[in-house]
Design a protein around this ligand. Structure first.
Ligand SMILES: C[S@@+](CC[C@H](N)C(=O)[O-])C[C@H]1O[C@@H](n2cnc3c(N)ncnc32)[C@H](O)[C@@H]1O
Length: 214
């Protein structure tokens, strides 16, 4: 199976810590991670897919005493995450590497987060990424997802001085795709978000809190 990642890691390598400056308000994301922290037994293992700089999510988990594993395609993002969250374990890897039968096996997790990272995949790959998350979760495990609401597939947009390709769904379709991968959606929320940078347009962010169906 071939995965086209042309330019995606390079864009985030170039963005580095400017990412956190462009997206300073992360109330929805922080609240979703707090839901996981409250719902999980102490010392649970959490996987943060597309962890970026490690702020705020991986740091939140580490400060709550959870075992954090982060995965990101960008070497610069992984380096920042290691600096920001010294107790976390971070791998420079592709989400697709974790697929069933793929080259990376990180074991099983009590929870998975994918905040604005599955939108970096072409639509054709998103169901596989969701099935991968289902597979790495223990039965009854929890999953928090955020996406930007948009009817686009592998669409190039200007982003913090560079260009990235993104995909998205309108919310009804997003729900269908997530449920079809074996998740029950227990809560949905959305936020209108204006990033603190002129070259990223205002967006509607959708957060889904999910449980793994057996
Ligand atoms: C929009 S940022 C979100 C970062 C972080 N989750 C947050 O919300 O602050 C997307 C992240 O996904 C990473 N990424 C893009 N494609 C990926 C892939 N195929 N596998 C793993 N990470 C990927 C990027 O390098 C970037 O750090």
């Amino acid at each position: 199976m071939g995965f086209d990642r042309t330019g995606q890691a390079e864009a985030f390598d170039a963005i580095g810590h400017r990412y956190d400056q462009a997206f300073p308000h992360k109330e929805g994301q922080v609240a979703a991670a707090e839901w996981l922290i409250k719902s999980l037994p102490p010392a649970s293992r959490v996987l943060d897919l597309g962890c970026g700089t490690g702020i705020p999510t991986a740091r939140q988990f580490a400060e709550a005493g959870l075992g954090v594993v982060g995965v990101d395609l960008s070497g610069a993002m992984v380096a920042l995450a290691r600096e920001h969250v010294p107790t976390g374990v971070f791998h420079q890897a592709d989400i697709a590497d974790l697929r069933p039968g793929g080259p990376r096996d990180l074991g099983r997790f009590d929870a998975v987060t994918a905040f604005f990272s599955l939108l970096m995949l072409p639509r054709a790959e998103i169901p596989l990424a969701l099935r991968t998350i289902h597979r790495v979760l223990r039965p009854g495990g929890l999953f928090a997802l955020s996406m930007v609401e948009a009817d686009v597939d592998d669409f190039s947009i200007p982003f913090i001085g560079t260009t990235i390709r993104v995909s998205g769904y309108l919310r009804e379709e997003l729900r269908e795709v997530v449920e079809a991968a074996g998740f029950d959606i227990v809560e949905e929320s959305s936020y209108s978000y204006a990033p603190a940078t002129a070259d990223v347009p205002p967006e509607v962010q959708i957060f889904l809190r999910c449980g793994r169906r057996a």
